[in-house]
Design a protein around this ligand. Structure first.
Ligand SMILES: NC(=O)c1ccc[n+]([C@@H]2O[C@H](COP(=O)([O-])OP(=O)(O)OC[C@H]3O[C@@H](n4cnc5c(N)ncnc54)[C@H](O)[C@@H]3O)[C@@H](O)[C@H]2O)c1
Ligand SMILES: [Mg+2]
Length: 352
C-alpha cells in the first residue's frame, strides 16, 4: 500500500503532507530529517538546541520545578565563539524530536570529545555561569522535571551516550561517522552501519491475589522497593524472560501474564522496559531470594502499598534506625504497575 495521499504535491519533500494529521506529519518530518543530511542541517537553522556537559543536562533550578533552557543555532554559535570553540562542534548534535509546527529539536554535549570534531571539551563552571544554569546528573534532575522534559532529556542523554560509546568500528577499528541526525553511524572503510540500541528489560509485578511482591537491590535508595526487573536473554520471548527472571530472583513460578505498558529508561545505558502483571501458582508463595541479585523481597498487602504510595519524600532515617517503606516515583514504570494493581484490588473489593 502506498504511503502517499495521492494528491499532487509540489513540496520538495519525501512525503505529501496534505490531509495528514499533525502526528503523521511530524513522524514523516522526523523520518525525512533522519534520512536526508541536507534537510537536517537546514532544520538546525530554525531548530532549538538542548545542552549537555559530559551527559549531564543543563537545567535552571527554580523553587518547584527545573526548567530546561533551549538555544537557537545563532545563540549556540555565539556561545561557542565566545568560548573560543569551533562552531563545527554543532555537527555533533543529535536530533531528538520536533514540534507540531516542524521545529526540530537537537541535543549537543559540550563536554564530550568526538571523533568528528577537533574541539576540546568546554569548561563546565564557566559555561554554567554564562548559561545561568547547572549541568545536573540526569538521575537527579529527572524527578524535578515535567514529564515532557524528562522524556525528551532521557532520549537525548541515551542517544548522546550511545554515540560517545560507538565512535569506532568494532571490526576495522576505524572512527565511525555519524549522519547529521545521529540516527546511525557508518564505518567509512567497510560501510558497516551501526544503529542506536536499547536493551529489552522485563519488569513484572507478581501477585498472589491479595498481596504483591516487591523487592529491593542494595543499590536502591534506602527504603525503596520496586517490581522485579531483569534484562532479556538473547533468543527469549517476553513471556520466557518474565518466567525466568521471577524464578531466578525469588524462586517462584508464574502462570498468568498480562502486558501493561512500556517505557524507555536511560539507566544504566538504554533499556526498553516492558511492564507486565503476573500471578503465582495457587499455594506457591514461599520466596527463595537470590542473594546475588537482591537485598530484600517480600509480599505486601493492599493497605501497606496504598500507604507507601501516598508517602511523600524526603525519606529520611527514622528514630529506630530504619527507613520508611516507599515506592518508585511517578515517572518510573514500576509506579504505574503498582498503581494499576492497587486499583484492581480496590475494584475487586467493592460490593457487587
Ligand atoms: N523504570 C523503572 O521503573 C525501573 C524499575 C526497576 C528497574 N529498572 C531498570 O531495569 C534494569 C534491569 O534491572 P536489573 O538490574 O534488576 O536487571 P537483572 O536482574 O537482569 O540484573 C542485572 C545484571 O544483569 C546482567 N546483564 C545482562 N544483560 C545486561 C545488559 N544488557 N545490560 C546490563 N546488564 C546486563 C548484568 O550482570 C547485571 O549486573 C536496571 O537497569 C534498572 O535501571 C527500571
Ligand atoms: Mg533484577
Amino acid at each position: 500500500m502506498s504511503l502517499h495521499c495521492g494528491i499532487a504535491c509540489r513540496r520538495k519533500s519525501f512525503w505529501c503532507s496534505r490531509l495528514l494529521s499533525t502526528y503523521v506529519t511530524k513522524a514523516r518530518y522526523m523520518f525525512e530529517l533522519k534520512e536526508d543530511d541536507d534537510a537536517c542541517k537546514k532544520a538546525q537553522r530554525t531548530g532549538a538546541f538542548y545542552l549537555f556537559h559530559s551527559l549531564a543536562p543543563l537545567v535552571q533550578k527554580s523553587e518547584h520545578q527545573y526548567v530546561v533552557p533551549r538555544y537557537s543555532l545563532v545563540e549556540l554559535e555565539r556561545l561557542l565563539e565566545k568560548f573560543g570553540q569551533d562552531t563545527q562542534k554543532i555537527e555533533d548534535s543529535v536530533l531528538i524530536g520536533c514540534s507540531g509546527q516542524q521545529e526540530a529539536w537537537f541535543a549537543l554535549d559540550l563536554g564530550l570529545k568526538s571523533s568528528s570534531s577537533t574541539s576540546a571539551s568546554l569548561q563546565k563552571p564557566e559555561m554554567e555561569t554564562e548559561l545561568k544554569g547547572s549541568f545536573t546528573e540526569l538521575r537527579k534532575a529527572l524527578f524535578h522535571l515535567s514529564v515532557k522534559d524528562a522524556t525528551l532529556l532521557s532520549t537525548a542523554q541515551a542517544l548522546l551516550h550511545w554515540h560517545d560509546a560507538h565512535q569506532f568500528c568494532s571490526r576495522s577499528g576505524q572512527p565511525t561517522k555519524k549522519n547529521m541526525a545521529g540516527s546511525k553511524r557508518v564505518c567509512p572503510s567497510n560501510k558497516i552501519i551501526y544503529y542506536p540500541q536499547m536493551a529489552p528489560v522485563v519488569i513484572t509485578l507478581v501477585s498472589d491475589g491479595p498481596r504483591c511482591l516487591l523487592v529491593r537491590q542494595s543499590s536502591f535508595p534506602k527504603g525503596m522497593y520496586s517490581a522485579l526487573a531483569g534484562f532479556c536473554d538473547i533468543g527469549e520471548s517476553l513471556e520466557e524472560a518474565v518466567r525466568r527472571e521471577v524464578a531466578e530472583e525469588v524462586g517462584l513460578e508464574v502462570d498468568r501474564l498480562q502486558y501493561s505498558a512500556s517505557q524507555h529508561w536511560p539507566f544504566p545505558n538504554s533499556s526498553l522496559m516492558i511492564a507486565c502483571h503476573a500471578t503465582v501458582k495457587p499455594g506457591q508463595t514461599e520466596i527463595q531470594m537470590n542473594l546475588r541479585e537482591l537485598e530484600a523481597a517480600a509480599w505486601f498487602s493492599h493497605d501497606e502499598v496504598a500507604t507507601a504510595l501516598r508517602r511523600k519524600g524526603p525519606y529520611t532515617q527514622q528514630q529506630d534506625g530504619t527507613f520508611p517503606f516507599w515506592l518508585p516515583p511517578k515517572l518510573a514504570i514500576a509506579h504505574l504497575l503498582i498503581k494499576e494493581w492497587l486499583e484492581k484490588q480496590s475494584c475487586s473489593s467493592l460490593p457487587a
